[in-house]
Design a protein around this ligand. Structure first.
Ligand SMILES: Cc1cc2nc3c(=O)[nH]c(=O)nc-3n(C[C@H](O)[C@H](O)[C@H](O)COP(=O)(O)OP(=O)(O)OC[C@H]3O[C@@H](n4cnc5c(N)ncnc54)[C@H](O)[C@@H]3O)c2cc1C
Ligand code: FES
Length: 265
């Protein structure tokens, strides 16, 4: 993990209200993994004061080394609004890579990925990284959900060899009508999986965890919490854990990826 001044390579609208931001880095991300995140200082005038956390969408490689990172963000408030206005060549201070990562064990042959709304970045990074996995997978199904078709971002990037894509929108404007967890449940009624990896809004993650636990399927979830420091100093990101002495873990240091069975839902 390091703190560095990065340079904006691009900042493109990916869908209404969603931006893809490419940043040139000086180093430190060669071993960054899907699920890890960065803390970005949004602008140089310390407004807003606190850095904002964003998952890695992917790594930019040049001549065998990692020369940049990409994030995908949704404009929701002051910080992301300001980030949306960043132009090519601007400098942004970034701390990272932070946190832990999804871990797909060698024994996993049938994998399910679930992404809801702005939960897409770490799932897209994970899907891309699995292409390099030795021995591949027997089957990987990616479930992506959004409120409407405007919330489906980067879906074409899941068009990967050996991956099946299953899309849902709450309003039925694209893919299956209804929430993504309905499609997941139907698929698991017809077949099984060794592992589910998911990222998305809390209600979606809670439902995915319940579906997985009811079927005794391993499930890893990347969760969000309010983060002031991203490095274990402010204690602002504590979440309750089952059967643990202290009863709490830090999302920034112990997460953001947790075994679904560990969390108090
Ligand atoms: C580990 C992690 C990874 C994340 N990855 C992404 C990502 O890849 N793409 C993306 O668009 N967003 C991601 N987020 C959420 C993102 O950090 C917030 O949307 C962002 O900080 C909002 O900043 P703002 O100043 O625009 O909004 P604010 O004006 O601060 O708040 C607007 C809304 O966003 C919520 N919010 C604010 N800060 C956070 C925070 N630190 N964590 C969670 N919710 C917050 C507030 O509750 C409020 O509802 C991630 C959060 C975490 C913790
Ligand atoms: S964000 Fe400060 S302790 Fe986790």
């Amino acid at each position: 993990m390091m703190i560095q001044e990065t340079t904006v390579l691009w900042n493109r609208m990916a869908a209404k209200g969603y931006y893809r931001l490419g940043l040139a880095i000086s180093g430190g991300f060669d071993h960054a993994q899907p699920g890890q995140f960065v803390m970005v200082r949004v602008g140089s005038d310390n407004q807003p004061l606190l850095r904002r956390p964003f998952s890695l969408l992917g790594l930019i490689r040049e001549e065998g080394r990692v020369s940049g990172i990409e994030i995908l963000f949704k404009v929701v408030g002051q910080g992301t609004e300001k980030l949306a206005g960043c132009r090519k060549g601007e400098r942004l201070s970034v701390i990272g890579p932070l946190g832990n990562a999804f871990l797909v064990p060698d024994t996993c042959r049938q994998l399910i990925l679930v992404a809801g709304g702005v939960g897409v970045p770490p799932i897209r990074f994970l899907a891309q990284s699995l292409l390099e996995r030795e021995g591949g997978l027997d089957r990987c199904v990616v479930f992506i959900g959004g409120r409407t078709r405007d919330d489906l971002v980067c879906i074409s990037e899941f068009d990967l060899p050996g991956f099946l894509l299953d899309i849902s929108t709450d309003d039925g404007s694209q893919g299956n009508p209804g929430v993504v967890t309905h499609s997941l449940e139907k698929a698991l009624d017809a077949g099984t999986a060794d592992l589910i990896c998911a990222c998305g809004p809390p209600a979606m993650l809670k439902a995915v965890a319940a579906i997985a636990m009811a079927r005794d399927i391993d499930c890893q979830v990347s969760i969000e919490a309010m983060m002031a420091c991203g490095m274990g100093a402010c204690l602002g990101c504590a979440v309750r854990i089952r059967g643990d002495d202290t009863g709490y873990r830090h999302v920034c240091m112990d997460g953001p990826v947790f075994d679904a069975r560990q969390l108090v839902w």
